[in-house]
Design a protein around this ligand. Structure first.
Ligand code: ATP
Ligand code: MG
Length: 342
């Protein structure tokens, strides 16, 4: 874990407050003892008894014989002492819990601000670069007479950029809609047919990637929102391509039909995801690594959308390591759903 300024400030605050309270507790405890010791000395006629430490008097011990007045005083002292100790413990615990809650909420605020900053940085880049390249293509068309082959090449590149922009806008819109009352519409979806359609497009777009598929039945029908389910599958498969070696990527989509649920699994032989990042990749705008050193493009919205879609369809998602390298994302959703989770 990286130690930030917030950690240091909180560390200092915690040490200061706890030491201050310990000192305060010690003072109250001692003053109370001094007070009772003085009272005890006043009411005890025996000079030797006056030297006895009030704290060490055990009322239950047979050898101690005290006057009823001294005995009542010692009992009262013991009672107050116990009260101070228990109140001290309660105070300490509530203080620590309170500081911990404040610390956690400040930490998540800081993380959100950082992620939003990351998002703005990446979205600016994601918008600027395709627009610049489409502009270049159009300017070339305007200034030069190109032959058919050149035209096709330039148009192909421009179309790829347009698709990137389209995906980005779709993801941003879907994420916003899902958060603000998206009207889910459940229909029967043939997930095999849907996947084959997505894979056909992916094969066209990434001809060097080896896309495989395996289905445990000839037809698997799931009640789901078609736009959302398509986005879920596209995001997982796009990620598998994006985070796998160029030219040597092997991506497999497996759909298993269970009794009530289906497993929709996308596996790759890519860079993998470190254990400590596996939870965080589903956070909104979260991307592993640093914006300056990262080679891949993206906004960190894809898996957040996937998580929200899975949640709405009353399912769950797990991420685990593939063997020998890579990652497996497995989504499990019920086949028959009456209504989505709001
Ligand atoms: P976007 O999907 O919005 O274009 P993105 O791909 O960076 O951007 P997510 O899909 O939310 O965002 O993924 C979050 C992070 O999880 C990625 O930045 C990447 O570091 C990691 N990740 C996701 N899928 C994989 C994968 N299959 N292999 C390795 N890392 C992955
Ligand atoms: Mg993604």
């Amino acid at each position: 874990m990286k130690i930030s300024r917030t950690h240091i400030i909180f560390g200092f605050l915690l040490v200061f407050v706890l030491s201050f309270c310990s000192w305060w507790f010690y003072l109250i405890h001692n003053k109370n003892k001094e007070l009772y010791q003085a009272k005890y000395a006043l009411i005890t006629a025996d000079s030797t008894a006056q030297t006895i430490d009030i704290n060490s008097i055990n009322l239950k011990a047979d050898s101690i014989i005290l006057s009823p007045q001294s005995e009542a005083l010692v009992a009262e002292y013991k009672r107050e002492n116990r009260m101070i100790v228990w109140e001290g413990i309660g105070f300490f615990l509530s203080l620590i819990i309170g500081i911990w809650i404040v610390f956690r909420s400040i930490r998540s605020e800081v993380a959100l601000t950082k992620q939003q900053h990351n998002f703005l940085q990446s979205i600016t880049h994601e918008l600027k670069s395709p627009i610049a390249s489409i502009r270049l293509v159009l300017e070339t068309f305007q200034k030069r007479n190109l032959n058919k082959e050149q035209m096709d090449k330039f148009t192909g590149n421009a179309l790829k950029d347009v698709e990137r922009l389209q995906n980005l806008v779709d993801n941003v819109l879907l994420a916003t809609k899902i958060e603000n009352a998206y009207s889910w519409s459940l229909t029967d979806i043939d997930v095999i047919e849907l996947t084959e359609r997505i894979l056909a497009k992916m094969r066209q777009k990434h001809p060097k990637v080896d896309f495989k598929s395996r289905y445990t039945a000839n037809e698997i029908i799931v009640k789901a929102d078609i736009t959302a389910f398509t986005s879920l599958a596209v995001n997982l498969i796009e990620n598998a391509v994006k985070y796998s070696p160029k030219g040597d990527a092997e991506i497999k989509v497996t759909i298993r039909k269970g009794v009530k649920n289906i497993d929709y699994e996308v596996s790759d032989n890519g860079i993998g995801i470190p254990l400590e990042e596996k939870q965080r990749i589903f956070d909104k705008f979260y991307r592993i690594g640093n914006e300056d050193t990262r080679k891949t493009k993206g906004t960190g919205l894809g898996l957040h959308i996937v998580k929200e879609i899975v949640k709405a369809h009353r399912g769950w998602i797990i991420v685990k390591d593939n063997s020998p390298v890579g990652t497996i994302f497995r989504v499990t959703v019920p086949m028959k759903l009456n209504r989505v989770n709001d």
